[in-house]
Design a protein around this ligand. Structure first.
Ligand code: PEP
Length: 254
């Protein structure tokens, strides 16, 4: 019912030339196709156009995603990127609410919600991140914490096509640390996320929304997460920076 998804978040890595090279290598590595797996790459903003050109020229089997957006359409917002600018370079997905943006750039649930609404108005699919810090996990209140984020991040959203809204559960203590959550940890929270989405949008819509796990996911462990009922794919940081490891994850999901 739900196509699996493997999405790569390059974060602030890869210059324009390096990004184009990585996209070319990935197109080559995935030239036999990705089956039913939806693959998304999210380069830095200045690399988007270059990666978009590679996708077109090599008919690459992956979609383009941005890592951030601003909710206004245009104007005096120095340094920000408007949704129509993402559209113009071919981005069809955009990560919002990543814990690094919440932490270093003080992005709130209210901001995440506004970004989701703006993106959806432009037919760009949000990949909306949530996840708890270590102290919340240690206190055992992680499920309630994430459910609260989901409620705030989705407030007032209208989801007519569940394939066009994606959630990524990323426990902050597992991001870039080499510490992974277990597949059971991921299922516990992803199951609670789906139940919350069902309360808000109805079961049918919730059943169509992809929920990804993120946090030190790599070729060796991704299959274990994907076996879980409510884990539909992975949002991948470090392992998306090399074509061989990222394509291996896509193949593990096929
Ligand atoms: C991320 O930041 O989205 C992420 C999951 O990073 P990593 O895979 O490197 O832990």
């Amino acid at each position: 019912m739900r196509n699996r998804m493997i999405a790569g978040n390059w974060k602030m890595n890869k210059t324009y030339t390096e990004g184009v090279q990585l996209a070319q290598d990935l197109a080559e590595a995935l030239s036999d196709g990705t089956g039913n797996v939806d693959v998304v790459v999210c380069p830095p903003t200045v690399d988007l156009k270059g990666v978009s050109t590679v996708i077109d020229q090599q008919s690459a089997p992956f979609a383009l995603g941005a890592q951030n957006v601003y909710w206004e359409e245009s104007g005096a917002y120095t340094g920000e990127t408007a949704p129509n600018m993402l559209e113009a370079v071919g981005a069809t997905y955009c990560i919002i609410g990543h814990s690094e943006r919440r932490d270093y750039f003080h992005e709130t649930d209210e901001d995440v919600n506004k970004k989701a609404k703006t993106l959806m108005a432009h037919n760009i699919v949000p990949i909306s991140c949530c996840g708890e810090p270590l102290e919340i996990r240690e206190a055992g209140t992680h499920v309630a914490y994430v459910v609260d984020q989901i409620k705030k991040d989705t407030e007032g959203l209208e989801i007519s096509d569940p394939a066009k809204y994606v959630v990524a559960y990323e426990p902050i203590w597992a991001i870039g640390t080499g510490k992974t959550a277990t597949a059971d940890d991921a299922q516990e929270v992803c199951g609670a996320i789906r139940a919350t989405l069902a309360e808000i949008f109805g079961q049918e819509t919730a059943d169509g929304i992809r929920i990804l796990y993120g946090g030190s996911a790599k070729p060796e462990n991704v299959a274990g997460f994907l076996e879980k009922e409510d884990v539909d794919g992975a949002l991948v940081g470090g392992a998306s920076l090399k074509a061989d490891s990222f394509s291996a994850m896509v193949k593990a999901a096929m």
